[in-house]
Design a protein around this ligand. Structure first.
Ligand code: GRF
Length: 207
């Protein structure tokens, strides 16, 4: 049985999509062991409680990055987490945190990385005038929105789009992409070579 740890700071729709996928059997042999938020008022943490999940608030305000990260990692390890999923977690992880879970931390970003990293990716895409955008699920490394790519999904950018319309179209794809990426990583027959993540040629070796 795999145990996921979900980290969020806000709405939590990606968390709900993952939880729904688990409940529906689309992510087999997997449970959500803990949902952690750095914000006590995150709607996602209220949803986690309503669903009867183990929901923990660890406030980050006023704490040094690594001090907070140590509390989060302790909670993840206490709950036996083997895959960490960032789902709208608005904090950059310290290198120390990243090293605790090698190739075991995923993030979702609402653009086709490496285009438009950072905040307000959908607004950046509309302002730039791209005709196609989408979302990316990737491994977390020590740089923002940077690690090896696991899944990307594309959507058209329409002339009539503002950032809200585009964000809504991308979000539908995010909810599909995260489930797909978790299944690929947990299946364990893939590997990262340089920046490239894909099927291992040599069966049996994997992440
Ligand atoms: C999503 O757009 C995700 O790509 C980005 O933050 C947003 C979180 O939304 N990292 P939600 O809290 O999962 O609804």
């Amino acid at each position: 049985m795999h145990s996921l740890g979900i980290l969020l700071s806000g709405r939590g729709s990606n968390f709900v999509a993952i939880a729904d996928s688990i409940d529906a059997g689309r992510i087999p042999d997997t449970q959500i062991a803990v949902v952690i938020s750095n914000k006590s008022d995150a709607p996602g943490i209220a949803t986690a409680r309503q669903r009867g999940l183990n929901a923990v608030v660890l406030p980050s305000k006023g704490k040094a990055r690594e001090e907070h990260d140590r509390e989060v990692v302790t909670a993840l390890k206490e709950n036996g987490v083997d895959l960490v999923c960032l789902a709208g977690y608005m904090r950059l992880l310290s290198p120390w945190f990243v090293q605790q879970f090698p190739h075991r931390i995923l993030n979702i970003h609402p653009s086709l990385l490496p285009a438009f990293p950072g905040l307000e990716a959908q607004e950046q895409a509309v302002a730039y005038g791209v005709k196609v955008s989408g979302c990316t699920v990737h491994f977390v490394d020590e740089e923002l929105d940077h690690g090896a790519i696991i899944v990307q999904k594309t959507v058209p950018v329409l002339d009539s789009d503002d950032e809200h319309a585009l964000a809504a179209r991308i979000l539908e794809q995010e909810h599909l992409a995260y489930t797909e990426a978790i299944n690929i990583v947990l299946r364990g027959n893939c590997d990262v070579v340089g920046r490239r993540f894909g099927m291992t040629t040599n069966q049996g070796r994997g992440l």
